[in-house]
Design a protein around this ligand. Structure first.
Ligand code: C2E
Ligand code: MG
Ligand code: MG
Length: 437
């Protein structure tokens, strides 16, 4: 209402229009420039008399929704206002800081050609060093930043620089958030590849373009393979062998992981049963299969697992289903119930990538798990890095207190294996023994 009154008081038509233009260039919550102002600024830089380099940074706050949901919108707004203030302060008159709604900020600066992005990135990052006080507590706010720099006027379209910075920002999120990524064309190819994978995946499942590779899991004491982990590969007609990290997340988003996972389970059990029938090893081999969170929500999982085991006459105790900590944390009780039913079939449950998630120890105690797989991140420094060695020692103590078996993942060197043996870890898996075959 105040704004409307102010406009009514204006006398001339031009004054009226100027006031409206002024208002429409401002984001009301933060007082920053808005999208229109950004577009105008980029056009200005693109047509400036002196050749200039344009830097555009796309900032997206990490986990902002969590703050908003947990502390309320007032506190969420306060975060946006605080960050807005810090960013304008950091950039000053050297550029334009704008907010595009939500928790997205965009910075545009014109600079001398060849300047690059280090300086600006440093100033942006400095705005996130101090925590923000909310409801009397200090909260650390982190941000994912995508940056693009160009001195080519023909590239300085507001839409295309924004798209480039956005693609780089998405890459920063994908690589674990709280980081900066610089745009280059390979990222664009990756974004395009991702879209293509999405549309290809459905067809690939129908035409069964997947294969399994198996990585042996070794008994640390005897040095013999006790079984293997089945790892899926996509044998793409044009792209060649596609690694799981490139398509499993997409299969999860689209729900296609359910039919794909069903195929993996059956193929892994069928192959291992065939090896055991051939008498490949003196003792029957086991097999580990990865389950994604979405599969735990599939009402058919228990029935299907049971059916596969009986179809191949496979000993349930030789089948391990691997689930990650994060899977368990997102749907705690539902996941727990289905895992208990799987355990009651006689199947072993293992916690994969242990140490990288947020397991509470109380929760771990209640889990129907039989084994922990220590993540490669801790094994890397085993025997050379004191902290890693201490952590692995601690995990081994924890596992023995909870009566859980242990598998070390990503063992690449003999020194690591020796340490594992010394510390009493039972099983080992990694390139040192064998790549997936
Ligand atoms: P994961 O279950 O933790 O599997 C171990 C990964 O580490 C495998 O990568 C394996 O090749 C790799 N690896 C093993 N030893 C070493 C080592 O010594 N050094 C290094 N650098 N890497 C090692 P891969 O096959 O690319 O699989 C990646 C992830 O994809 C798996 O991690 C798993 O989370 C997922 N995945 C694979 N197959 C399936 C599947 O059938 N279903 C589901 N839901 N996820 C799967
Ligand atoms: Mg695994
Ligand atoms: Mg793992």
């Amino acid at each position: 209402p105040e704004i409307v009154l102010a406009l009514h008081d204006l006398t001339s038509q031009t004054e009226h229009e100027e006031a409206l233009a002024g208002l429409s260039a401002v984001d009301l919550l933060t007082g920053l420039a808005n999208r229109q102002a950004f577009v105008d600024r980029v056009s200005e830089i693109a047509t400036a008399r002196d050749a200039q380099e344009l830097l555009v940074a796309f900032l997206d706050l990490d986990n902002f929704k969590t703050i908003n949901d947990a502390l309320g919108h007032d506190q969420g707004d306060l975060v946006l206002q605080t960050i807005a203030q810090r960013l304008s302060h950091a950039i000053g008159d050297d550029g334009l800081v704008s907010r595009f709604g939500g928790d997205e900020f965009v910075v545009a600066t014109a600079q001398t050609p060849g300047t690059g992005c280090d300086k600006v990135v440093e100033r942006l990052a400095a705005a996130f060093v101090d925590p923000v006080a909310l409801n009397g507590k200090q909260f650390k706010i982190t941000v994912s930043i995508g940056v693009t720099v160009t001195d080519d006027r023909s590239q300085m379209h507001p839409d295309s620089v924004l798209k480039a910075a956005d693609i780089a920002m998405y890459e920063a999120k994908r690589r674990g958030k709280a980081r900066v990524e610089i745009y280059d064309e390979s990222l664009e190819n990756r974004a395009a590849a991702r879209l293509e994978i999405e549309s290809d995946l459905r067809r690939a499942i129908e035409e069964n373009e997947f294969v399994l590779v198996f990585q042996p899991i070794m008994d640390v004491v005897t040095g013999r393979a006790i079984g293997s982990e089945a790892l899926v590969r996509w044998q793409h007609p044009e792209r060649g062998m596609v690694p799981p990290n490139d398509f499993i997340p997409i299969a999860e988003e689209t729900g296609l992981i359910v039919p794909l996972g069903a195929w993996v389970l059956e193929a892994a059990v069928a192959q291992t049963a065939a090896w055991n029938e051939q008498g490949l090893t003196r003792r029957a081999l086991g097999v580990s299969v990865n389950l994604s969170g979405l599969q735990l929500g599939d009402p058919n999982l228990e029935h299907r697992t049971h059916a596969v085991l009986s179809r191949y006459g496979f000993d349930p105790a030789k089948l391990t289903l691997e689930v990650t900590e994060s899977t368990l944390m997102t749907d705690g009780d539902g996941a727990m119930a289905i895992l208990e039913r799987l355990r009651d079939l006689g199947v072993r449950i293992a916690i994969d990538d242990f140490g990288t998630g947020y397991s509470s120890l109380a929760y771990l105690k209640r889990l129907p798990a039989r084994a922990l797989k220590i993540d490669k991140a801790f094994i890397d420094g085993l025997g050379t890095n004191a902290e890693d060695t201490a952590l692995v020692t601690g995990i081994i103590g924890l596992a023995s207190a909870l009566d859980l078996e242990l598998v070390a993942e990503g063992v690449e060197m003999e020194t690591q294996l020796r340490e594992l043996r010394r510390l009493g870890c039972e099983y080992s898996q990694g390139y040192f023994h064998s790549r997936p075959l």
